[in-house]
Design a protein around this ligand. Structure first.
Ligand SMILES: [Zn+2]
Length: 290
């Protein structure tokens, strides 16, 4: 077969356009996030720069504990305590996976040994003992380590005569540690009672989304002042369990910060970007002048 006369010779033909390499690395799944408040798709790094608050509807997304401490504490003032207290698996618990392998995987993914970070810091110059849950670590569940860290935080606050601040974001007690998790409720509350009765120092509890189960049923709801983030889920058992137990329809907005504020269970709802100012102001009001 002969070529038509006007067709270019092979060395005059334009090279075939270079095909883009097929993308072998999977696109990062978590780069985009759908806002539960307004359904808009948000670029996660931009969202994180705005304290994880949606720029369209002000929905407060769940947030990383380290970023939260960085926002709250005065620059360079945070001194971390008890960083290397690590959980064990005394019950050798296993469900679909063993607790020890679940722990190891979460520790690798999160770069933390457990779900709570505590330290001493200043907030606008006010010295405090502060700690925060990280919901990404096994749902912010409270096992022996979290309970021990919260207890030590209250004890440190009592010794140093400083207010204590706990920011909760937790699904409750860690079921893989069974009764050892449940006893953290009593242990933390006993330390809190000493902070109040003996050291006479205040404790401010901040409830982030979600604060439920054994954490809500212990120190989270015992703050001298209880502050909540807007639209956080706060409660003990889930709405479905309650509905099926009492066989009644639950009121609109049940278990939200706003509902609890209206019913006297929460003192203040403070947006994230105003939290540092609010906490520093509360500490100044509540700490007796020496
Ligand atoms: Zn939104």
């Amino acid at each position: 077969m002969s070529e038509p006369k006007d067709s270019p010779r092979w060395f005059e033909q334009a090279p075939a356009p270079i095909q883009a390499e097929p993308r072998t690395a999977p696109a990062r799944k978590d780069l985009w996030v759908r806002c539960p408040g307004c359904e808009q798709i948000l670029f996660r790094p931009a969202l994180m720069e705005q304290l994880a608050v949606c720029p369209h509807c002000r929905h407060h997304h769940r947030w990383d504990s380290r970023a939260r401490l960085e926002m709250l504490c005065d620059e360079g003032s945070f001194e971390r305590h008890d960083r290397f207290v690590a959980p064990l698996d005394p019950l050798e618990f296993a469900d679909s996976k063993s607790y020890s392998s679940r722990l190891a995987a979460t520790q690798r993914a999160q770069g933390e040994l457990d779900a709570y970070i505590a330290g001493s810091a200043t907030l606008h110059g006010v010295p405090v003992e502060i700690g925060t849950f990280d919901f990404r670590f096994m749902g912010g569940s409270m096992g022996s380590v979290v309970g021990e860290l919260v207890t030590r935080q209250f004890e440190r606050a009592a010794d140093k005569k400083r207010p204590a601040i706990v920011i909760s974001a937790s699904g409750g007690a860690r079921m893989q540690e069974g009764i050892l998790s449940l006893m953290q409720m009593a242990k933390t509350c006993a330390a809190l009672a000493r902070l109040r009765d003996e050291a006479r120092m205040p404790y401010i509890s901040v409830l982030a989304d979600p604060t439920t189960g054994g954490v809500a049923a212990s120190f989270a709801m015992l703050g001298d002042v209880i502050v909540a983030e807007p639209h956080a889920l706060i409660g003990f058992a889930g709405a479905r369990v309650i509905r099926e137990t009492i066989r009644q329809e639950l009121p609109e907005g049940f278990q939200t910060s706003e509902y609890l504020l209206e019913h006297g269970m929460v003192d203040l709802i403070v947006p994230r970007d105003e939290l540092k100012d609010a906490l520093a102001r509360l500490c100044r009001h509540l700490v007796p002048r020496r």
